[in-house]
Design a binder for this molecule. Structure first.
Ligand SMILES: Nc1nc2c(c(=O)[nH]1)N[C@H]1C(S)=C(S)[C@@H](COP(=O)(O)OP(=O)(O)OC[C@H]3O[C@@H](n4cnc5c(=O)[nH]c(N)nc54)[C@H](O)[C@@H]3O)O[C@H]1N2
Ligand SMILES: Nc1nc2c(c(=O)[nH]1)N[C@H]1C(S)=C(S)[C@@H](COP(=O)(O)OP(=O)(O)OC[C@H]3O[C@@H](n4cnc5c(=O)[nH]c(N)nc54)[C@H](O)[C@@H]3O)O[C@H]1N2
Ligand code: SF4
Ligand SMILES: [Mo]
Length: 740
């Protein structure tokens, strides 16, 4: 007899519900959960591989310690003792900044990453905190920080009600959406068209999303901010600006900022003619419900923050911000409730509270740009990074100029990785601590309910019992070691701190539903649960839809979520600017010196002659997931996917043949990649996906090594950053291409 388990897929941001049939302790089949309140049965090819991932013989089950150059299995106590023996002296002798931490993408997909990373960060107290955010969405945080005073308040396109969706630099038919949690993105796009709306895709490549759109504008890479500023220019020039949202300040200076960006002047730079720019600006401002959605192709770019800011401002001036069908803020169920009568505003947002030691990059959200990690390891002097912890990250494949970073990793005195594989990054680690598989963990999407196109809540218990410590325990024990309490200290100390903080915040919210209650009473009432569940229960019960420990009897709690294995639908998004505003002025602040300066710098380059060179962009494929799902045969079999897309005109000019090999050379590196000739890319643009290059020695990913592909981040230059966010530029990379 099969048992049926329901759980949310943790692999990407779409949060699909899965129905998992288990027999004799093994997964027999996984399909989409048709009763899931949000995904209604939708699933992509990755979702059904959680069983294969769980059973992958290469997935680490026991810790590894490097002895005489080889990674050997040890028991957990020995592994933690090794961390204490080697890490603590480095920190004692050279200070907290000598130990760096890198947090990778799956931290956004685990309860441990969302809740138990914080104590480790606090214990480390290092300036050398890095994450995948600075090869990803940091510009989006900074633009929200500047506009709303709240870097976490990232508006999402209200997909299910919009009538015009303009997508720049995203390919949700492959990625399933990002900073826009929407299971069944394909169905939701189709629904826009079915109700008479339009989808416009702006992408140098005719992506699968572009294929299903009404209109595809093959923009030149890196020029999106100029184009968005030109759209704002037209809206203002033609007297079509309409702002009903309030409170807003700083709009007066917008005309000056966008003045240089006439549709005629940006046309050559963007590869979009002035008439098209004017038409799109008019469509966005003709009263229909419209949303402008920018993602990775525009954020991982030189002016990423400016681009993200311009997209929101464009929605603001066309009356499409914080309104149904436009860009809106979700209300995460675990987010703080907003007491009635609360005035908008807060402490505002600041970057640059400290700077990186070698290049002086400003701190942003407590982090430094990961592009600067290599030089912080290489460069001698006080504050040099001598030890590194990585948690769920593969910076050796995911960050710019990664060959240089890999060389630096080899120079570290000590490295620890919390990871499920011995891969390109963790092969450099002295100790690898493997958390349980996804099916052995409980799941709750702390990160994505704040980015979701409907307000929903879903909790998944573990499908299988874990054989080793949970990821929350691993992170907590590391925090205890770093803070000098030793490898055998009781992790309950950390769990108590975490739950105590959540309860403290809830009971001290002025005017909040739990104001004045005793935090220890709240903590005590969840003490019988496992540590991750304690946090989920506390945050859900004290959150925006919570039962407030009895004050709202119909509200949510962990038990309510357990009783609803297909999730709880909390309705469509609602306008909430005043709730999310945290600026010192209490208004949405349009004007900022840094943005004005960056726009002026961009304007100065508008008339520069085109050097005619080729540029490289990235792309994703639905059967892949950054660098780490290439060890599953079902996902990598078939045609090679790590290919260089080249336009037929370029192929002919350069002398490249479909199926042949090209050499691609940038300022920092060179790779040889198989060529795929296709008119899906613009002439002058080549495309190579990231996350490949699995032929490194010392890894243990046998399937991935059979179709290794090449590492595109050998070509990306860690010296080119978005100045406002420190985000790496991973697209529009100048390259030369020749037959290889
Ligand atoms: N050129 C180029 N580079 C890019 C991008 C691009 O578009 N182009 N995209 C960037 C983006 S958006 C991102 S988010 C980054 C990703 O950058 P990273 O986060 O550094 O890389 P991932 O490939 O996601 O690696 C995830 C790691 O986590 C491990 N892992 C998986 N599940 C778990 C788990 O539950 N717990 C733990 N502890 N480990 C786990 C995997 O084995 C793997 O080692 O890459 C960036 N790099
Ligand atoms: N299958 C799969 N799904 C994933 C991931 C994965 O690796 N594989 N990664 C996950 C992660 S961590 C993230 S952050 C998201 C990212 O999700 P998306 O943002 O949707 O990322 P991509 O699918 O890479 O789409 C980026 C698009 O930008 C285009 N582009 C490149 N340069 C430019 C430019 O200068 N301007 C414009 N307008 N477009 C440009 C590329 O051609 C590409 O089509 O996906 C998530 N989902
Ligand atoms: S779209 Fe994302 S969440 Fe849905 S099944 Fe695929 S990987 Fe999982
Ligand atoms: Mo990402």
């Amino acid at each position: 007899m099969d048992e049926t388990h329901f759980r949310t897929c943790p692999l990407c941001e779409a949060t699909c519900g899965l129905e998992i049939a288990v027999r004799d302790g093994a997964v027999r089949r996984i399909r989409g959960d048709r009763d899931d309140v949000f995904s209604h049965g939708y699933i992509c090819p990755k979702g059904s591989t959680l069983g294969a991932l769980h059973e992958d013989p290469d997935r680490l089950r026991r810790p590894l310690v490097r002895r005489n150059g080889d990674h050997v299995e040890v028991d957990w106590d020995e592994a933690f003792a090794e961390v204490e023996r080697r890490l603590v002296p480095i920190r004692d002798e050279h200070g907290p900044d000598a130990v760096a931490l890198y947090l990778g993408n799956p931290n956004a997909h685990t309860i441990a990453g969302a809740v138990f990373g914080r104590p480790l960060i606090q214990a480390l107290a290092t300036k050398n905190l890095y994450s995948a955010s600075t090869v990803d969405q940091m510009p989006r945080h900074v633009s929200s920080g500047l506009l709303y005073g709240n870097p976490g308040a990232m508006p999402v396109p209200d997909l299910d009600r919009t009538d015009l969706l303009v997508i720049l630099g995203a390919d949700p038919l492959e990625s399933n959406g990002s900073l826009c949690t929407a299971p069944d993105f394909p169905g939701r796009l189709a629904a826009i068209r079915e109700r008479g709306g339009r989808v416009v895709v702006v992408d140098p490549r005719r992506s699968r999303t572009a294929e299903v759109a009404d209109e595809h504008l093959p923009i030149r890479p890196g020029s999106d901010p100029a184009w968005l500023l030109a759209l704002i220019h037209v809206v203002l020039r033609d007297g079509r600006s309409q702002v009903t949202l309030e409170p807003v300040s700083g709009l007066e200076d917008l005309v000056d900022l966008v003045r240089p960006f006439t549709p005629e002047r940006v046309a050559a730079r963007c590869g979009i003619d002035a008439a098209t720019t004017e038409r799109i600006a008019h469509e966005l401002s003709d009263g229909r419900r419209a949303a402008v959605y920018t993602r990775i192709g525009t954020h991982t770019a030189r002016h990423g923050t400016l681009c993200s800011w311009a997209a929101d401002v464009l929605c603001l001036v066309t009356d499409n911000l914080d309104t149904p069908g436009g860009m809106m803020w979700p209300t995460p169920c675990h987010g703080r409730p907003v007491p009635p009568g609360r005035e908008p505003g807060g402490r505002g947002f600041r970057t640059g509270r400290w700077a990186s030691r070698v290049s002086g990059h400003p701190e942003v959200r407590g982090e430094l740009p990961v592009a600067a990690l290599a030089e912080e390891i290489e460069t001698a002097g006080p504050g040099r990074v001598r030890a590194l912890l990585t948690v769920a990250g593969n910076p050796a494949r995911s960050t710019p100029d990664s060959r240089r970073l890999e060389a630096a990793l080899g120079d570290l005195e000590f490295m620890v990785s919390v990871d499920i594989y011995l891969n390109e990054t963790t092969r450099h680690a002295d100790v690898i601590l493997p958390p349980p598989s996804a099916l052995e963990k409980s799941h709750f999407d702390f990160a994505f309910y704040g980015l979701s196109v409907r307000n929903v809540a879903n909790y998944s218990p573990p499908t299988f019992e874990a054989t080793g410590p949970g990821e929350h325990e691993i992170l907590s024990r590391l925090a205890l070691i770093v803070s000098g309490q030793g490898a055998s200290a009781d992790p309950e100390v950390v769990y108590g701190l975490v739950t105590g903080t959540i309860a403290q915040q809830a009971t001290s919210l002025p005017g909040g539903p739990l104001e004045g209650r005793d935090p220890s009473e709240l903590v005590a009432s969840v003490a019988h649960l496992d540590p991750p569940e304690r946090c989920v229960d506390l945050m859900v019960r004290t959150g925006a839809f919570g039962d407030q420990f009895g004050a709202e009897p119909d509200g949510l709690s962990l038990q309510v979520l357990i009783d609803h294995p297909h999730g709880v639908d909390l309705g469509p998004l609602v306008p909430r600017l005043r709730e999310v505003l945290r600026t010192a002025s209490g208004t949405l602040e349009v004007d900022h010196d840094g943005l004005r300066a960056d726009a002026a710098a961009l304007a100065d380059t508008l008339d520069a002659p085109d050097d005619g060179g080729m540029v490289l962009v990235g792309r994703r494929h639905v059967r892949s997931n950054n660098s780490w799902m290439h060890n599953l045969d079902v996902l990598v079999r078939g045609r090679p996917r790590c290919t260089l897309l080249v336009h037929p005109d370029d192929a002919q000019r350069i002398g490249l043949l479909d199926g042949g090999t090209a050499e691609v050379v940038s300022t920092v590196g060179r790779v040889r990649a198989p060529v795929e000739v296709t008119d899906a890319v613009r002439p002058g643009v080549v495309s190579l996906p990231h996350g490949w290059g699995h032929d490194a020695e010392g890894t243990r990913m046998n399937v991935a090594a059979r179709t290794p592909g090449v590492n595109s981040n050998v070509l990306t230059d860690g010296g080119v950053l978005d100045p406002l966010s420190g985000n790496a530029s991973l697209n529009a990379i100048p390259v030369t291409v020749s037959p290889g």
